[in-house]
Design a binder for this molecule. Structure first.
Ligand SMILES: *[C@@H]1O[C@H](CO)[C@@H](O)[C@H](O)[C@H]1NC(C)=O
Ligand SMILES: *[C@@H]1O[C@H](CO)[C@@H](O)[C@H](O)[C@H]1NC(C)=O
Ligand SMILES: *[C@@H]1O[C@H](CO)[C@@H](O)[C@H](O)[C@H]1NC(C)=O
Ligand SMILES: *[C@@H]1O[C@H](CO)[C@@H](O)[C@H](O)[C@H]1NC(C)=O
Ligand SMILES: *[C@@H]1O[C@H](CO)[C@@H](O)[C@H](O)[C@H]1NC(C)=O
Ligand SMILES: *[C@@H]1O[C@H](CO)[C@@H](O)[C@H](O)[C@H]1NC(C)=O
Ligand SMILES: *[C@@H]1O[C@H](CO)[C@@H](O)[C@H](O)[C@H]1NC(C)=O
Ligand SMILES: *[C@@H]1O[C@H](CO)[C@@H](O)[C@H](O)[C@H]1NC(C)=O
Ligand SMILES: *[C@@H]1O[C@H](CO)[C@@H](O)[C@H](O)[C@H]1NC(C)=O
Ligand SMILES: *[C@@H]1O[C@H](CO)[C@@H](O)[C@H](O)[C@H]1NC(C)=O
Ligand SMILES: *[C@@H]1O[C@H](CO)[C@@H](O)[C@H](O)[C@H]1NC(C)=O
Length: 329
């Protein structure tokens, strides 16, 4: 009896307290900046939970750090977000993750205020309508481990400054309209060489000699207009594991390219202008993925290793390749 009276007394006290009556984890500055962001995104339906009468740590598309209660993630995967990425994004100093994805009405550029985010590890801006050059100031966000700007409308060349990100593990710049070649500085990453995806762009010219100094592991240069040979990636002292060079204009005599890294397990070279014949050293590789179709190769496919484990489509549409799995010479 006594207890329930006490409870009722507490309850009525709570109800009489001035608004807001919920416990507030959210940092006030973060709340203010998120509301600014909502406004510059045009108050979209996707952010309708972002209102002053609730704790911003409980809003959709954001996350608070459990120790600091500061906003640590902003992750918007869809919604009618329009306009530019607001400068206020740089005023959420504890952000570790930004993911803005499938927002086709998001336009303009990445604001320079993003360089203030010294804890930012993951930056994904993908399937949006951002355009213009990829800003070189991204090279200042030293904490970045993953940078994904794929499926946008970025133009211009790849900023060489990206090689100065010491913790970068993955770089996705695929599906844009980038021109020029791979930057020379990519032979010289400050940290470990990240997995690099540059496919479906307009990259042209030859890959720079400086890349010979870097130990690439995963590299996708497919669907570009790159020329020349691939000697900078091959050789017995390299450590590349998987490479996709398909659908470019690489042109070289494969007979002279006969030193391969033992680590190589996936190599896609389809749709290039590679000539000469396939070197016998290829039989020494543990290739899991292999395709040289649509080139200008000739001569007998070396027998052995994994080279006969693929169907004829790995070899078809060449000048005069022959032997298993193609018809005998
Ligand atoms: C983008 O904006 C246009 C014009 O304002 C609108 O018609 C369209 O529905 C919007 N797209 C999305 C995904 O909301
Ligand atoms: C998206 O937002 C724009 C501008 O705020 C508006 O004109 C359009 O009708 C919206 N589209 C949808 C599908 O909600
Ligand atoms: C991107 O913006 C252009 C105009 O700037 C528009 O024509 C196009 O439809 C937009 N693309 C998408 C996927 O919304
Ligand atoms: C490689 O890095 C070193 C040291 O940071 C620098 O001196 C050199 O200019 C860089 N080379 C290229 C090609 O970026
Ligand atoms: C690459 O393409 C750009 C834009 O089309 C052009 O200006 C440049 O000359 C090309 N570079 C090479 C090396 O082909
Ligand atoms: C491979 O060896 C060549 C010459 O011996 C050297 O220039 C190059 O830096 C080496 N590459 C790697 C990735 O160690
Ligand atoms: C690349 O890997 C080779 C072989 O593992 C090693 O000898 C060389 O020092 C590495 N080079 C760089 C630049 O990390
Ligand atoms: C290589 O890239 C092409 C074009 O981007 C793609 O179609 C193909 O599946 C890729 N190959 C592998 C082995 O992933
Ligand atoms: C590759 O091209 C470079 C110059 O760009 C040349 O020195 C080298 O001999 C070529 N290697 C092959 C195998 O064609
Ligand atoms: C490719 O190189 C080999 C070995 O040097 C040579 O015998 C052959 O004639 C070359 N093929 C072509 C098409 O140049
Ligand atoms: C090789 O690439 C060609 C062209 O993209 C494709 O049609 C074929 O299925 C591929 N074959 C294998 C075994 O990957």
């Amino acid at each position: 009896m006594k207890t329930s009276l006490f409870t009722i007394a507490l309850l009525s006290l709570a109800l009489s307290l001035p608004f807001p009556s919920f416990s507030q984890r959210c940092n006030k500055k973060d709340e203010k900046n998120l509301l600014r962001i909502k406004k510059s995104f045009g108050n979209p339906d996707a952010l309708q939970t972002w209102t002053k009468d609730s704790d911003c740590c409980s809003w959709y598309s954001v996350q608070c750090d459990e120790y600091t209660d500061r906003i640590s993630a902003l992750t918007i995967y869809s919604g009618n977000i329009s306009g530019r990425i607001p400068e206020a994004i740089g005023n959420l100093p504890y952000l570790e993750t930004i993911i803005l994805r499938k927002l086709t009405n998001l336009t303009g550029q990445i604001p320079a205020t993003i360089t203030k985010l010294t804890h930012l590890k993951t930056l994904t801006i993908s399937w949006t309508n951002l355009s213009g050059p990829i800003p070189s100031f991204l090279g200042q966000i030293k904490s970045l481990t993953s940078l994904d700007l794929s499926f946008n409308s970025f133009t211009g060349t790849i900023p060489p400054e990206l090689s100065m990100l010491p913790k970068l593990k993955t770089l996705h710049l695929d599906r844009n309209k980038l021109t020029g070649s791979v930057p020379e500085s990519f032979g010289n990453f400050t940290g470990k060489v990240p997995a690099i995806y540059l496919s479906h762009n307009l990259l042209n010219g030859t890959v720079p000699e400086s890349l010979a100094h870097a130990n690439f592991t995963w590299l996708d240069l497919s669907r570009n207009r790159l020329e020349g040979n691939l000697s900078v990636f091959f050789g017995t002292n390299k450590t590349i594991k998987a490479a996709n060079f398909s659908r470019n204009m690489f042109e070289f005599n494969f007979s002279n390219m006969d030193q391969f890294p033992a680590s190589l397990s996936a190599l896609d070279l389809n749709h290039n202008r590679i000539y000469g014949s396939l070197p016998g050293t290829l039989t020494g590789l543990k290739l899991q993925t292999w395709n040289v179709s649509y080139n200008k190769l000739c001569g007998e496919i070396p027998a052995g290793g994994n080279l006969q484990k693929y169907d004829n489509t790995a070899y078809f549409h060449n000048k005069c390749l022959c032997g298993s799995p193609l018809p005998a010479c």
